[in-house]
Design a protein around this ligand. Structure first.
Ligand code: R5P
Length: 287
């Protein structure tokens, strides 16, 4: 087995290489003067099972993944497992309006073309796994996030909407605490309304858990509601911290005590490292 990391997921590939005690393949990646991408694999992968690790966000990382997969095929890799820590475009998993693409399916189809197996972490919806045309598996970061939250002495885990309740339930089970959810209405891409609901959070430590923080609108509204109801600490946690625009400022202004994310997308909030769950999955799903 050999491991190769795209530029979005290099440190995760390095972590995996250490955990699995398998070599990391080096690549040369640069840009042509017009911005187009050049890449080259610098070691032999002939007849090898290669694990490619690359998050598909932002868009240029998608092209890089396609080129890596093509280069690996041409270099004679026997089997390719694509590990996609964050699968971008997962939220466009259906046509909301006529004339739209199903972006998640389009992306999954293309990745499947040169992959023998796919592993992704906390896809926005489980049905995304079925968009791949090659065996695909989803794994969860909730246990790792819950482990990190243990030292925060959490009293209540909260889902910011009903759709995120299963994730919150799983975390609450691991943290041996209560669980609840909020009623969320999305007005537009950046405006969220959280319907006030009486929660027993006064003087309590609350953790909100979601799959994605993008603009921070969902979390900021939830934090405000919890602070109004006198929660003493509010921790916001997610698997995929996109933190678009002024998301961080919004979360801090709302009164958040800590922002916790995994490193499926690297940022200064990536306190939870996900390589260990990927390593386990690679063993479990080994072909
Ligand atoms: C939505 O269904 C997702 O689970 C997240 O709640 C959403 O993507 C967060 O977006 P934002 O941070 O922009 O409110």
């Amino acid at each position: 087995m050999k491991i190769i990391g795209g530029t979005a997921s290099l440190t995760t590939a390095e972590d995996l290489s250490k955990l699995l005690n398998e070599p990391l393949i080096k690549t040369e990646v640069k840009r042509f003067p017009d911005g187009e991408l050049y890449l080259r694999i610098l070691h032999s992968v002939k007849h090898e099972h290669v694990i490619v690790v690359q998050t598909t966000h932002p868009d240029e990382c998608i092209i890089e993944l396609f080129f890596l997969l093509d280069a690996l095929k041409r270099a004679g890799a026997s089997t390719i497992t694509s590990v996609i820590p964050y699968f971008g475009y997962g939220r466009q998993d259906k046509q909301f309006k006529e004339g739209e693409p199903i972006s998640a399916q389009a992306l999954a189809t293309l990745i499947s073309m040169n992959s023998d197996q796919i592993i992704t972490i906390d896809p926005h919806k489980e049905k995304i796994i079925d968009f791949f045309t090659t065996p695909a598996y989803s794994i969860s970061a909730v246990e790792l996030i819950s482990d990190y939250l243990k030292e925060k002495k959490i009293d209540v885990v909260l889902a910011p909407d009903k759709g995120a309740l299963n994730r919150a339930r799983e975390a609450a089970l691991l943290l041996h605490c209560e669980v609840d959810y909020l009623e969320k209405t999305r007005i537009d891409g950046t405006t969220i309304r959280i319907t006030p609901k009486s929660l027993d959070v006064k003087n309590k430590h609350v953790a909100i858990i979601d799959d994605i923080i993008s603009t921070g609108g969902t979390m900021a509204s939830a934090i405000q509601e919890l602070k109004k109801q006198q929660a003493s600490k509010v921790y916001v946690s997610c698997t995929h911290g996109l933190f678009a625009g002024n998301a961080i400022e919004k979360l801090r202004t709302a009164g958040c005590d800590e922002i916790i994310s995994t490193d499926t997308i690297h940022s200064s909030f990536s306190t939870v490292k996900i390589a260990s769950v990927i390593a386990k999955a690679l063993k479990d799903f080994s072909r």
